[in-house]
Design a protein around this ligand. Structure first.
Ligand code: ADP
Ligand code: MG
Ligand code: MG
Length: 249
């Protein structure tokens, strides 16, 4: 379970998160919707531990432990995973080497033995097949020359391999056509197991037809301004964010 309490965050003197409260229970799929610039990506970065954000107040408790004190790799070791809105291209790094490194680091953190190369290959191939990622893509440098949709699927492949306990998806649906969206959603749904928690950030209700959330939060100006169930997403789709942009001003 993750509990975020009164989170206040600035970057370069600008206040981006403004007393944000949010709880995601074990097994819960929580969606965050909200207009551009409301701080959704900032929230995901602060949870994952990206530097350069100044946390002025508040705490982020993962199963009771304040993870704000931890390095990003320590948070990852505890099961926090962020699928980026804009996955980076990393020219010098072979995709397979990268996947092997992150998986072995995760296994080590859990006190489990590293996989043998054949076991690793089998696992990657099975996950890649499910996400319709072809073998040629796996032979390239990480994300280099991948289409937008391929990059997003590569994020979900990492998630499938790592089996994190708290998965954050930051606009994984943006730039995906309807087929790619379905593939990604199936990949995510396959990981739902009643224990693992998800924070699904999206602008559009469309994704939530495929990944059906338990809870929907509306974020505006750096805080959660409304919480509801699935119906709230449908309501937003009809009415837009106009009410919320002014509400929290
Ligand atoms: P969202 O994901 O909801 O669109 P972001 O978290 O990306 O919102 O951004 C929230 C606000 O913070 C925006 O006004 C954005 O311009 C600002 N912001 C984000 N990153 C930085 C940065 N590195 N430096 C300055 N301002 C930033
Ligand atoms: Mg945005
Ligand atoms: Mg964003």
């Amino acid at each position: 379970m993750i509990e975020i309490k009164n989170l206040v965050v600035e970057i370069e003197g600008n206040r981006i998160l403004n007393g944000l409260d949010l709880t995601v229970r074990d097994g819960e799929v929580a969606a965050i919707m909200g207009p551009n610039g409301s701080g959704k990506s900032t929230l995901s970065y602060v949870i994952a531990g990206k530097e350069e954000y100044e946390v002025l107040e508040g705490e982020i408790l993962l199963d009771g432990e304040n993870i704000l004190e931890l390095e990003p790799y320590e948070r990852a070791a505890r099961g926090v995973f962020l699928a980026f809105q804009y996955p980076l291209e990393i020219p010098g790094v072979a995709t397979m080497s990268f996947l092997k490194a992150i998986l072995n680091a995760q296994l080590k953190a859990r006190g489990e033995a590293e996989l043998t190369t054949p076991d690793f290959m089998r696992r990657v191939k099975a996950a890649a097949e499910r996400l319709q990622i072809n073998q040629d893509m796996l032979k390239r440098a990480l994300n280099v020359g991948f289409s937008g949709g391929e990059k997003k699927r590569m994020e979900i492949l990492q998630m499938a391999l790592l089996q994190p306990s708290f998965c954050i998806l930051d606009e994984t649906d943006s730039g995906l056509d309807i087929d790619a969206l379905r593939i990604v959603a199936e990949g995510v749904n396959a990981l739902r197991d009643g224990k693992r928690s998800f924070l699904v950030i999206t602008h559009y209700q469309r994704l939530l037809n495929h990944i059906v959330p338990d809870t929907v939060h509306v974020m505006s100006k750096g805080r959660i301004v409304r919480t509801g169930d699935r119906e709230l997403a449908l309501e937003l789709e009809a009415s837009g964010y106009a009410d919320y942009v002014t509400e929290a001003a």
